[in-house]
Design a protein around this ligand. Structure first.
Ligand SMILES: Cc1ncc(COP(=O)(O)O)c(C=O)c1O
Length: 391
C-alpha cells in the first residue's frame, strides 16, 4: 500500500523535533551533529536567534499580501542584494526550482524582444542540478531525472563538464544562454574553476549570449564569498539564488542586469507567495549577517580549519577516501566506497552528512559552526570510518 506521503524520498530512519545551532534532536532526545544544514539551507544554523526574532516580529504584523501591492520587505531585500552584486533588479521566488523557471523564461524573452526569437537554446553541463520542474529537469538532462517524464521542454543542449572546446563548438546563432553552477552541488562539489568561468563569460560576450549562474547551493556565503562566482572575478547576466538566503524559510530569487531583464514587463511573470513579508524579513536579516566581510572571513577560516581536519581523515583512511574538494564550507569527500555507506556509518555516530553524485559525501555545515563542533564532527567521521574499515 502506498504511504500517506508520496514515496519519492529515500528517507533515513530519524525524525527531528528541534534544533539549535549545528545540532538536531529527536523526540527521544538523541542529538545529532549536523554537517548538512538541510542541504546548504540553514546558513546560520537551526533556530538562529536573530532569525527567530525577525520572523516572530513579522508574524505578529503581517504574513501575506499579494504582489498586487508593494511589499516593503521585498524592496529592502532587493536593495541589499543589488548593492552586493552585479544585478540591477530582482524577482523573489519560494525555491531554487522556481528561480530556474524564471531564469529560462527571462533569457528567452530577451531574445524574443530583440527580434531574434530563434535564439532559444540554453547550454547546460553534465552533472548539473537545477531543480525538479519540467524546465529544470530538461536543463539538467540527467537520465535519472528525465526518464519517464517526457516530452521534455525543448531547447537545452547538454555538454560535458569542464570542456571549453565543447562549449565553443556548441554555440550557434540559436544560443540564448549558458547556464552553469559555479560549483556543482548535487553533481558532487565540482568547482567549475575560475578560468572556465572567465572563458564562458568571453564566449557569451562574443556570441551576444547571456550567462546564467545557478548559485542556489553555492551562493549566500557558502564558499567564503557572498557568491561563488565572485572568486572568479566574472559576473553573470542572470543569477539564481535560494536555499541559504532564507536561512530555512522558503525563499529564492532571480537577480539580473537591467538589460537581461528587459523583456520581463508587467504581466509576464508572477508568484502568489514569492517575496512574501515573512520570507523577505528573514532574508534581509540573513543578508545583513552573511554579507558582512567579517562573517565571510569567518567562513573562510572555518573552511580552512575543517578542510585541514578532513585532509587528515582522508590520509588516515586511504581505503575509503580519495581526497577533499570544494571551497569554504562547501566541501566534498571523494570516496572510494559508495558515499551512502559513509553517510550511513555517520548516522551510527550521530552525525549528518549528505551524499552526492560522483562518489562524493557533501559537508555543508552551518556557516557559523563552531571550531569545537567541527572538531567533534571530524572525530565522529573518524569513528564512522574506523567502523566501516573494520567491517
Ligand atoms: C544548484 C541548485 N539549483 C537548483 C536547485 C533547486 O532548488 P529547490 O530544491 O529549492 O527547488 C537546487 C536544489 O538542490 C540546487 O542545488
Amino acid at each position: 500500500m502506498i504511504s500517506p506521503i508520496l514515496p519519492t524520498y529515500n528517507r533515513a530512519p530519524m525524525a527531528f523535533v528541534r534544533g539549535h545551532g549545528s545540532w538536531l534532536e529527536t523526540a527521544e532526545g538523541v542529538r545529532y551533529l549536523d554537517l548538512g544544514a538541510g542541504i546548504a539551507v540553514n546558513a546560520l544554523g537551526h533556530a538562529a536567534p536573530e532569525l527567530v526574532e525577525v520572523l516572530t516580529e513579522q508574524a505578529q504584523k503581517l504574513w501575506h499580501v499579494s504582489n498586487l501591492y508593494h511589499i516593503p520587505q521585498q524592496e529592502l531585500l532587493a536593495d541589499l542584494l543589488i548593492a552586493e552584486t552585479f544585478a540591477d533588479t530582482c524577482f523573489f521566488t519560494n525555491s531554487g526550482t522556481e528561480a530556474c523557471e524564471l531564469a529560462v523564461k527571462m533569457a528567452r524573452k530577451y531574445f524574443y524582444d530583440a527580434g531574434t526569437p530563434e535564439r532559444v537554446e540554453i547550454l547546460t553541463f553534465a552533472g548539473a542540478f537545477h531543480g525538479r520542474s519540467s524546465a529544470a529537469i530538461a536543463a539538467s538532462g540527467g537520465e535519472k531525472m528525465v526518464k519517464g517524464f517526457g516530452p521534455l521542454l525543448p531547447g537545452f543542449v547538454h555538454l560535458p563538464w569542464d570542456d571549453i572546446e565543447a562549449v565553443r563548438a556548441a554555440v550557434t546563432d540559436k544560443t540564448a544562454a549558458i547556464l552553469i553552477e559555479p560549483v556543482q552541488g548535487e553533481g558532487g562539489i565540482r568547482p567549475a574553476g575560475d578560468a572556465f568561468l572567465k572563458e564562458l563569460r568571453a564566449i557569451c560576450d562574443e556570441a551576444g549570449a547571456l550567462l546564467i549562474f545557478d548559485e542556489v547551493q553555492c551562493g549566500m556565503g557558502r564558499t567564503g564569498r557572498l557568491f561563488a562566482h565572485q572568486w572568479a572575478g566574472v559576473t553573470p547576466d542572470i543569477m539564481m539564488v535560494a536555499k541559504g538566503i532564507g536561512g530555512g524559510f522558503p525563499l529564492g530569487a532571480v537577480l539580473a542586469t537591467e538589460k537581461a531583464a528587459s523583456g520581463m514587463t508587467a504581466g509576464t511573470h508572477g508568484s502568489t507567495y514569492g517575496g512574501n513579508p515573512l520570507g523577505c524579513a528573514v532574508g534581509c536579516k540573513v543578508m545583513e549577517i552573511v554579507s558582512d566581510p567579517a562573517f565571510l572571513d569567518g567562513v573562510n577560516a572555518r573552511g580552512g580549519f575543517l578542510r585541514q581536519k578532513l585532509e587528515g581523515l582522508v590520509a588516515a583512511h586511504p581505503d575509503l577516501f580519495e581526497g577533499v574538494r570544494g571551497q569554504g564550507l562547501m566541501l566534498g569527500l571523494k570516496c572510494k566506497v559508495a558515499p551512502g555507506e559513509i553517510v550511513k556509518a555517520g548516522y551510527d555516530q550521530k552525525l549528518l552528512t549528505v551524499g552526492a553524485a560522483d562518489n562524493v559525501v557533501r559537508i555543508l555545515p552551518a556557516l557559523n559552526i563552531s571550531e569545537e563542533d567541527m572538531a567533534e564532527a571530524v572525530r565522529r567521521l573518524e569513528a564512522a570510518a574506523e567502523a566501516l574499515s573494520a567491517a
